[in-house]
Design a protein around this ligand. Structure first.
Ligand code: ADP
Length: 494
């Protein structure tokens, strides 16, 4: 498993949750998993400890670069199951304050950094085969930062015996982020110039790493069945819909799960009180403490929570647009996020206008994310597109009813309350059908009205809290795909 981020080592978004949890779930199924990560500064500063494994020489277009591989071991369940986490060290590339950027600006050498990471990955595969007699069956890649590995294995490294027979699976966590670089930097990838063409890595004169991964991976997956269909269209494909359509027989949507130990309201140590689907009294305490934390009135009005990267993808401009109407509705709102400066300023301006009804924290704060999931009544996630989305899954588990845009994984994971129904049935939340502020406001009005209808609300909360959002089902789907690739069978399709 190769990822540019994974909890508990480095995180900027949902990819880290997936790359942190999926290896453990696969190990539980009996797979022997090694997770490769860059050795960022935050990894060295984490509380985990590492031991040296080996030094490798990594051939790059800039010459040979040495790296130290270090290992942390995560034990999984009972017995000797474990996941080995190997970090790839290079101070110049990775010992920096951010993962991909600093002060909102991408690092100018990201192509060099992730080329090095991918080249080092190939050397790790060769080392495992020759020095450890450990053959990699599947190389599971995540997003553009790792996509070059698929291109290397199918081109420049194709005839190296130490890496032959490795099958690649590329998982697309968000097709909106493709790893685009100026065309004159193509030689930094170390791939032959002939691959800088529109059927391989070129995208209108630019280098497109994700495209290369899609073209060369043995199989492509994405993180929900609906998103797997959506990305074949111009609206969601971000220009790669044609490339993806070419691979449609090798494209599968597998829903993400969540780490149900890390996100468990019964044991979560970030929460001021714990609770379960059967006894939810602790949730009330969580709400009161959250209200106090943000100096909101300690009343029983519905508390709406938002946790997200503040980008237009997440539709939070729509939330900002309706704050005056929301504040007139006798609700409270707590927002945690960081991102586009314009959106940050807008939320700051509203928070100053409604200090006793709206709480705001600009920044990244894991503990606060848990406290909002625990303390809020409703979770608002009006994403314009959402490959899978994790926050709505945490919300289900924490009894915080999600109000989500009907798109991608949000549509697949939240069962909407039918309109006019007096029964919640299997419903777990609300769908927003269109990406306009008016429609969002109308759905939120309905959700708030439902909050005051105790029996239906209880049913919604209970159904959400008892929904299976664990990795078990998803890990089985990856297992089935991996096994079919190893056996060279034709994998099933969604
Ligand atoms: P994405 O990966 O597109 O950002 P997801 O919903 O898949 O969206 O995952 C977001 C993850 O990042 C969740 O675990 C969420 O709790 C977390 N997160 C997002 N913003 C923040 C923040 N400002 N502080 C803490 N956690 C955050």
């Amino acid at each position: 498993m190769v990822s540019s981020e994974a909890v508990p080592y480095a995180k900027t978004g949902g990819l880290a949750d997936v790359a942190g949890a999926l290896p453990l779930a696969l190990a539980k199924l009996g797979h022997d998993v090694i997770l490769l990560l860059p050795r960022y500064r935050c990894v060295s500063e984490s509380s985990r400890s590492f031991r040296s494994v080996c030094r490798l020489h990594v051939p790059t277009p800039q010459g040979r670069i040495d790296t130290l591989i270090e290992e942390d071991v995560i034990h999984v369940g009972e017995g000797d199951r474990r996941v080995r986490v190997w970090t790839i060290r290079n101070e110049g590339f990775f010992d920096r304050p951010g993962l991909y950027q600093d002060h909102g600006m991408d690092y100018p050498d990201n192509l060099d950094r992730f080329t090095f990471f991918c080249r080092a990955t190939i050397e790790v595969l060769a080392y495992l085969r020759t020095a450890c007699r450990w053959k990699t069956d599947i190389l599971h890649l995540h997003d553009w930062q790792t996509a070059l590995c698929a291109a290397y294995l199918n081109t420049v490294d194709r005839d190296r015996p130490e890496v032959q027979g490795v099958r690649t699976v590329l998982t697309l966590h968000n097709v909106g982020y493709q790893g685009l670089f100026p065309g004159d930097q193509f030689e930094k990838t170390g791939l032959p110039p002939s691959l800088f063409n529109p059927v391989a890595l070129e995208y209108y004169g630019l280098v497109n790493l994700l495209k290369g991964g899609i073209v060369f991976a043995d199989y492509v997956t994405t993180v929900s069945p609906t998103y797997a269909r959506e990305i074949l269209t111009p609206e969601f494909g971000f220009g790669l819909e044609g490339v993806l359509r070419n691979r449609v027989d090798r494209l599968l949507g597998i829903l993400n799960g969540i780490d149900i130990d890390r996100w468990n309201p019964e044991t979560d140590s970030y929460l001021p009180a714990n609770y379960s689907a059967i006894d939810r009294s602790g949730k009330l305490k969580c709400k009161q403490v959250l209200q106090r934390e943000f100096q909101l009135a300690e009343t029983s009005v519905p508390l709406l929570g938002v946790i997200a990267r503040l980008t237009s993808q997440k539709g939070l401009d729509l939330v900002a647009d309706i704050i005056p109407q929301l504040m007139a509705m006798d609700v409270q709102l707590v927002v945690l996020g960081t991102g586009e400066p314009e959106l940050e300023s807008k939320f700051k301006m509203f928070q100053a206008r409604y200090p006793h009804r709206m709480g705001l924290h600009i920044g990244f704060d894991e503990g606060l994310a848990h406290r909002i999931e625990g303390g809020a009544d409703l979770f608002v996630m009006p994403s314009r597109y959402e490959p899978c989305g994790l926050s709505q899954l945490y919300s289900l588990r924490y009894g915080t009813v999600p109000v989500v845009r009907k798109t991608g994984g949000l549509a697949d994971t939240v069962m909407p309350l039918p309109s006019m129904s007096r029964q919640a049935g299997q419903a777990t939340g609300f769908h927003v059908e269109a990406d306009t502020a008016d429609v969002l406001l109308a759905v939120l009005r309905r959700a708030v009205a439902t909050y005051h209808d105790q029996p239906i609300w209880d049913q919604l909360v209970k159904s959400g809290m008892t929904t299976d959002v664990s990795w078990t089902r998803s890990a089985n789907a990856y297992d089935q795909l991996f096994m079919s690739l190893v056996k060279r069978e034709r994998p099933y399709s969604s």
